[in-house]
Write a protein that binds this ligand. Structure first.
Ligand code: UDP
Ligand code: MG
Length: 312
């Protein structure tokens, strides 16, 4: 008998816990037939609503349900990592609690691993139906930019919904970095991966935890975690400005020697503009360096990714 662990990060999902459980267990029959047991690990990411007590209700009824509860909100990345650490399954699935990652896809994903020999099956939504257009626009731009900058393949529309083999999970767990960007990590570890596409499903109950600002910061974190291209760009801008300055110096000297400068005072406005522009670029590049430094700073502290308050 093999075991499939479903990892479900939950942050204030009281209205979705039961629905999710029911939906997931609709697959029970299929997996029985495949000689696979199911286990569900709800990772409570510091919820302030009834999420924990509802999961406990489920645990009373079904011993295959487990709970890992954080001492505060550590973010979905930490919740996923905790889930992967606690999962005992030969196969491990990561899925959202809000049913935007349809559990009905699991049999199809399982078959790809068990019969077609894939190491992981990932999902991507083919459209962004129901999402604010401005968000879709920036999301698309982000994927364009990060794929230009980074070697790890980061797929547009990819969800974190994924079924993995034990070997794949162990590879993910071996990446202990503090600044986690799963979309990149999944691609970085390699292995044979299959993509399954599905239409975007809108969240049934509760609210999304992602504001535009949070997504923007997440996007920046992704770029910083999987690319050093901004540093190279900063150096390049520096070189460019040196060349420009050099050309200007020659122009000024030559002009002084040939026609001279009858009116030394002319040009102070352009001078101010140049100084402002150049110092702006300098601060910008310094900021880029600072971003990497701050990430490295958090990384060397080796703080735990999460703190567990309760485990059932
Ligand atoms: N989530 C979490 N911690 C957070 C934010 C979200 O564990 O700080 C969980 C949330 O409960 C859900 C999943 O991550 O199960 C995806 O969140 P959400 O549906 O808000 O994101 P979206 O689907 O809008 O991208
Ligand atoms: Mg969602």
């Amino acid at each position: 008998m093999k075991l499939l662990s479903a990892i479900v990060p939950c942050f204030n999902e009281q209205d979705n816990i039961f629905d999710f459980y029911d939906e997931l267990m609709k697959n029970e029959g299929f997996f029985k037939g495949q000689d696979v047991d199911l286990e569900v690990i709800f990772v409570d990411d510091g919820s302030r609503d009834e999420t924990v007590s509802r999961v406990k209700e489920l645990i009373q009824k079904d011993e295959r349900v487990h709970l890992v509860s954080f001492s505060r909100n550590f973010g979905k990345e930490a919740a996923m990592y905790a889930g992967l650490q606690h999962a005992k399954g030969d196969y491990v699935a990561v899925m959202d609690c809000d049913l935007q990652d349809p559990p009905a896809l699991l049999p199809q994903m399982y078959k790809a691993i068990a019969e077609e020999g894939y190491d992981s099956v990932a999902t991507r939504r083919v459209n962004r139906k129901g999402e604010p257009p401005i968000r879709s626009f920036f999301a698309r731009k982000f994927y364009k930019i990060i794929n230009k900058m980074s070697k790890a393949e980061i797929v547009d529309g990819a969800r974190d919904y994924r079924l993995m083999t034990r070997q794949f999970v162990d590879a993910i767990l071996s990446m202990e970095e503090y600044n986690r960007f799963s979309k990149g990590i999944f691609g970085w570890v390699g292995f044979k991966n299959k993509w399954i596409e599905f239409e975007n499903i809108e969240r049934k109950k509760g609210e999304t935890k992602w504001s535009f600002w949070k997504l923007f910061v997440y996007a920046l974190d992704g770029i910083l975690a999987f690319s050093t291209a901004p540093l190279a760009i900063a150096s390049l801008i520096g070189v460019l400005f040196c060349i420009l300055a050099f050309i200007f110096i020659i122009v000024v000297i030559v002009r002084q020697w040939t026609v001279g400068d009858p009116n030394n005072l002319v040009g102070w406005a352009s001078m101010v503009c140049i100084i402002l522009f150049a110092s702006g670029i300098q601060l910008f590049c310094l900021g880029i360096v600072g971003q990497y430094l701050s990430k490295a700073y958090l990384e060397v502290k080796r703080r735990p990714l999460y703190i567990v308050k309760e485990e059932l």
